[in-house]
Design a protein around this ligand. Structure first.
Ligand SMILES: *[C@@H]1O[C@H](CO)[C@@H](O)[C@H](O)[C@H]1NC(C)=O
Ligand SMILES: *[C@@H]1O[C@H](CO)[C@@H](O)[C@H](O)[C@H]1NC(C)=O
Length: 536
């Protein structure tokens, strides 16, 4: 354990507790969410059902794409999630998909849909993942005029399967934050309480999916960037096994071996039952390593759980809020009744979770820095820039400067100790993988708290190892939403399995979605009858 780092962590924990007790005392209870209700039934169907209807020629791509375009236009003023749309081109793509389906004979239709799993299916993309011809600013004023020249690898896998991108969604500057506060446009707002952040860095995808304005989104995760916005906006998000879903073409990117292990693309969606299919497509030729089509028998999965890190490490983190603990207990009770074996996990092997997470991050030499400079005293320069950003005088955002600062200050650790923690990565991975074996998962908080108030994420950053440690050791994790807490904010937890056992996480997600609420609608639906042209 690193004394300086941990003292900082403790200080920030105390500030967090004070700030949040003040906020909770003085802020009025929130009103109902402002998101308009869903009226079009097409928006309520999971991907697996939509695909069936299209295969039966009962649903046209154009109708589905139009429905989502209308929904996005309706919610965007309430969430600020879009960087730029491509609605007109998407409608043309949909027309082409419908044309292809129309001219294919019934006997050839299965082959067409086997070739193009997502033919005519609309989706949304986190801007940083790279969609050709679209903006590529990633929240940074330095990149204000950048246009993406090539589809990122995960994006290109989804497009090759016939998917139709509708837009690119907002991220924090360089994706260096757990709240989506870019320098280039307004902050992304939480779907359930606009006074709070949508999370980050896949904040735009979290908000769009939470608002029911995307059938699924492509996100990316190097330290929780898929799972945190999923938690904050009440949807499912999967961070795959290290090395399975490539984000080549992403900005920022690190092409070295460790970068490819830590940094993964993955799905964000309202529907847990869609995760398997989405992973099959996003993983491309790596999908076979995951064996996603082999059914998992839920009662044969052994369930470990923990309410957080334990011992001194646990005490230095924020304690896990009761409603999040309760969501884990609910799931345990259900899984136990289902026949699963349940066991409290010892988290002792994670006693250096923070140090190991940072050491992993420090290994990424190719990962770009926000502030490029020759200044010999970089730490001082960054601190100065941080002060400027706090009074609105910097072209950079404070969250991204803090992230940079962590890297140039070596995580506030002496170099020799960083070396030691780097060596511990593999040891921890081996130990924990052995504990999980081929048939176990761990239920664990995604973060100890639900959606944060805007501009407070620097106080909560000291809990990032809850998610990040599993990037560094390369394990698959799924965030599962489990309804709302007493303040109307989404709660839930992550399920973690051994490498290449993504299907265990995904099975538990689907099982709990069927048993509990899964995604909870922010505003009750006001469904209208479907058009006569769309009858099932
Ligand atoms: C897990 O499965 C692999 C092959 O799928 C097998 O080689 C290995 O022995 C299994 N491990 C355990 C602990 O059962
Ligand atoms: C957060 O703070 C920045 C300044 O650092 C400000 O521009 C932004 O509007 C704030 N976000 C919200 C939602 O209040």
């Amino acid at each position: 354990m690193e004394i300086t780092l941990r003292i900082l962590q403790l200080i920030f924990k105390c500030i967090y507790v004070v700030v949040y007790s003040i906020l909770n005392t003085f802020l009025k209870r929130k009103g109902p969410p402002t998101i308009p209700p869903i009226r079009n039934q097409l928006i309520t169907f999971p991907l697996v059902d939509v695909i069936k209807l299209m295969r039966q020629r009962k649903l046209k791509s154009q109708d589905l794409v139009k429905a989502y375009i209308e929904r996005i236009k309706e919610v965007e003023p309430h969430i600020n999630a879009v960087v730029q749309d491509r609605f007109e081109s998407a409608l043309e793509d949909a027309k082409r998909a419908d044309g292809l389906i129309a001219k294919t004979t019934d006997s050839n239709l299965p082959a067409l849909f086997n070739r193009y799993t997502l033919l005519g299916i609309p989706f949304t993309v986190k801007e940083s993942c790279g969609l050709k011809g679209m903006p590529f600013r990633v929240g940074s004023r330095q990149r204000a005029h950048m246009i993406c020249s090539e589809n990122g690898e995960v994006v290109s896998n989804v497009i090759a399967a016939g998917g139709i991108p509708l837009l690119v969604s907002i991220t924090p500057e360089y994706c260096f934050s757990m709240e989506t506060n870019p320098a280039t446009q307004k902050s992304c707002l939480n779907v359930y309480d606009s006074r709070r952040t949508a999370g980050g860095s896949s904040g735009g995808e979290g908000a769009l999916n939470g608002a029911g304005a995307s059938l699924f989104g492509i996100g990316s995760d190097i330290g929780g960037s898929i799972r945190i916005p999923s938690l904050f906006n009440g949807v499912f998000g999967h961070k795959p096994t290290g090395g399975v879903v490539s984000v080549a073409g992403h900005f920022p990117y690190s092409g070295e071996e460790n970068g490819k292990q830590y940094f993964q693309g993955g799905p964000i969606t309202r529907f847990g039952r869609d995760l398997g299919l989405l992973m099959q497509v996003m993983a491309g030729k790596n999908a076979q390593k995951l064996d996603l089509l082999t059914p998992v028998v839920t009662k044969d999965v052994k369930i470990f759980y923990s309410m957080g890190f334990d011992g001194l490490n646990g005490l230095l983190h924020k304690s896990t809020e009761q409603d999040i603990q309760f969501s884990i207990l609910l799931a345990l009770k259900f899984l136990k009744n289902h026949g699963c074996k349940i066991e409290l996990a010892s988290m002792k092997m994670f006693k250096d979770s923070m140090e190991i997470s940072i050491a992993g991050l420090l290994m990424l030499k190719e990962f770009p820095y926000l502030i490029q400079s020759e200044n010999p005293n970089k730490v001082r320069q960054h601190l100065l820039e941080l002060c400027k950003s706090l009074i609105g005088k910097s072209e950079y955002t404070k969250e991204a400067i803090i992230f940079d600062l962590f890297r140039i200050a070596n995580g506030f650790m002496p170099a020799a100790n960083v070396k030691k923690y780097k060596r511990e990565i593999q040891i921890l991975k081996n130990k924990f993988t052995k504990m999980l074996g081929n048939d176990s998962v761990l239920l664990f908080p995604t973060l100890p708290m639900p959606a944060l108030h805007h501009n407070t994420s620097a106080l909560a950053l000291w809990n990032i190892d809850y998610t990040m440690i599993f990037n560094i050791i390369g394990l698959p994790c799924t965030h599962i939403p489990m309804g709302l807490n007493k303040d109307g904010l989404p709660v839930g937890f992550q399920v973690i399995a051994a490498p290449y056992k993504d299907r265990l996480c995904i099975q538990i997600a689907a099982e709990l979605e069927a048993a509990f609420s899964g995604w909870t609608v922010p505003t009750p639906h006001e469904l209208e009858p479907l058009d006569d042209s769309i009858r099932f």
